[in-house]
Design a protein around this ligand. Structure first.
Ligand code: SF4
Length: 317
């Protein structure tokens, strides 16, 4: 079964349509728009203590930061690796060794950051590592700009989807991440992730967590993002609301997102999540992630409202 998935993914490298950019490049001859060819490209491998508490645990998330990305966010903190080509190429065998080393170091999970351009190598490396006793929960830490056909192949291979939902419309994605159809693609990808694993459940170490980075001036339309999670996925999907936006690179001079978010902007988003009745994590002033739970659900959800939201946010389903 996994062998068939590996085969499908590897065949795709000759005419790559593994992500929504579908650039059709033969990666044996040149890298795709994502900047990745036919070998895994890494920026770092570390134990990461700053992810959501169940992902990092006490011993850290065994994190592999991949180079290359299919998005072009003008405010990306990892610009040198995601967009400017820095990174070290390794073999798939070496990638498997890193997975095993992280397990040996006591990591609680294997946290794969920006996996989409490297997905073919990841699945093969997992196969190799599992033959040698690798058994950590696999976290697919993604922008959600993912191809649904590719995601379907990951069923049973990925345990936890730690998935961003950056914007609630395509126009903002075009402007700030240089992709033509962010919300149209990400919304479908998230529905597929949710279908595979359901809401995150810490006991099973399985499920979907949605992350959202709050941007200044309501650019990301955060309330609409939360509506999507609540109405179109499930009220049980935990949401991690992030406050660490930092205007770097192209965002520095942008008149709208060229500043950090204000405290009250962040609080408004948290309040809305709590009113909806969503659970999850928020960040404290020290940027630690702490759990938030709604005290009471002051939003009365009626079916009419739900179906209206689904129709508006997922028009083709
Ligand atoms: S993964 Fe890379 S090469 Fe493949 S379609 Fe996406 S951008 Fe193109």
């Amino acid at each position: 079964m996994v062998e068939r998935v590996i085969d499908w993914l590897e065949k795709n490298l000759s005419n790559c349509r593994l992500c929504p950019l579908s650039c059709g490049v033969d990666r044996h001859h040149r890298p795709g728009t994502c900047g990745v060819g036919v070998r895994p490209k890494l920026s770092s491998v570390i134990l990461h203590f700053g992810e959501e508490p169940p992902i990092s645990g006490e011993t850290g998330a065994g994190t592999v930061f991949f180079s290359g990305c299919n998005m072009r966010c003008i405010y990306c903190q990892n610009m040198n690796f995601s967009q400017k080509g820095l990174g070290i190429e390794v073999s798939t065998q070496e990638l498997a060794e890193f997975f095993l080393d992280l397990q040996q170091s006591g990591a609680k999970t294997l946290n794969l950051v920006t996996p989409a351009p490297n997905v073919a190598f990841i699945v093969k490396a997992l196969f190799i590592a599992r033959e040698r006793g690798f058994n950590l929960p696999v976290v697919y830490n993604t922008s959600s700009y993912e191809d649904v056909e590719t995601l379907r192949r990951l069923e049973g291979i990925v345990d936890i989807y730690l998935a961003d939902l950056r914007y609630a419309d395509d126009e903002t994605g075009r402007k700030y991440s240089k992709v033509p159809n962010y919300f149209s693609v990400a919304s479908k990808a998230l529905v597929e992730m949710h279908r595979q694993v359901g809401p995150f459940d810490e006991k099973r170490m399985k499920g979907l967590i949605v992350r959202h980075l709050v941007l200044p001036n309501d650019v990301a339309k955060s309330q609409r993002v939360l509506d999507f999670i609540y109405f179109c996925l499930s009220p049980s999907v935990p949401v991690s609301i992030m406050s660490q936006y930092n205007p770097v690179f192209g965002a520095q001079t942008d008149p709208v997102i060229g500043r950090r978010i204000k405290k009250n902007e962040y609080e408004r988003v948290i309040d809305y999540a709590l009113k909806l009745g969503l659970n999850g994590w928020m960040q404290t002033d020290e940027k630690k992630r702490v759990t938030v739970r709604p005290v009471s659900s002051t939003y009365k959800i009626i079916e009419k409202m739900r179906s209206r939201a689904v129709k508006e946010l997922l028009p083709n389903q």
